[in-house]
Design a binder for this molecule. Sequence first.
Ligand SMILES: *Cc1c(COP(=O)(O)O)cnc(C)c1O
Length: 364
Amino acid sequence: MTKLNDLIAGVIRKEVLAMSAYHVADAEGLIKLDAMENPYEWPEDIKTHWLETLRDCPLNRYPDPGARRLAATIKRLNGLDESVALLLGNGSDEIIQLLLMALPQGSSVLSPEPGFVMYKQLSCCLGLNYIGVPLQSEDFSLDLPAMMAAIEKHRPKLIFLAYPNNPTGNLFDRAAIDAIIEKAPGLVVIDEAYEPFADSSYIEMLERYQNLLVMRTVSKLGLAGLRLGYLFGTPELIGQLDKIRLPYNINVLTQFSAEFALNHKTLFDQQTRLIRSERAFVFAELNAVNGITAYPSMANFILFRAPAGRANAIFANLKHQRILIKNLSPQGGILEDCLRVTIGKPDENAAFLFALNQSLISHL
Ligand SMILES: *Cc1c(COP(=O)(O)O)cnc(C)c1O
């Protein structure tokens, strides 16, 4: 055994040895409100039509390495012309990894915290110098002076800003973001994973800033199982990044299915509208619960604060009542006592709110 341990310590990079694997909670038998998934399925007739499309899918051939049809559909839906190029990834997680792999060794990467965990996880795994700049504790807004000072000090090659932010759900102030893009010595990625639930985007700013990249995903829209993310930027920059993309990273089933789904975008728009109206309902109901503070969200989830010291017990009690949400309290800092719930179907949201009230009563 020690020989094997020595072998592993000798061949695996220390950054990897120090990491823990990305944990995904087992949701078997639970109402799943932990991972920002769209709760709605497709109507039967759409499913049938989709399966017919897949019948012509050439599984024996490698997929189109440029996924040209799908790429053209995405550009058309976003009203983009030749001045903007597009890179597709196996989820936006893969795009984050690819961006980080392109950086010189030892580069600094900067992001506000709390933020999306993959920025830090993948930076550390690649041996990059990750800098987290705390958000303001009252409302999770950007601390612009702290961001500017960190940019000055660390000269980051890459800055990630999630817009809206995960896990806090808010949109950062646009004037602050503009100031960061203008000050940045390197690239700024605006991660718009929750764009379907917000009314604000940086796509139109691509013309203005050459160091700006806008990243999107179909996951939160309702296609998390397909694994498709995309990145918009200048053709020159995207061309460089495209060199390190694995040639067949978007499999043929994803290419066909995403193309089909995006051509039925009105279906997703309907579902998104339902989720947004439920978000308003859950937000109001949460804030009506004694001891709970919910934070305003422009995403498909809501972050809320439990009475001090009670988040772990509430999380466990909800799970006992078959409701799975996300407990952020163990992360500590300004997330201490915080939990995050994804907006589900109306009956799931009602079950969550009922169970939350129960958990508070049972712990008095
Ligand atoms: C969920 C999420 C992603 C990951 O999306 P995938 O395309 O499923 O990999 C990226 N960024 C943020 C902020 C997210 O919340």
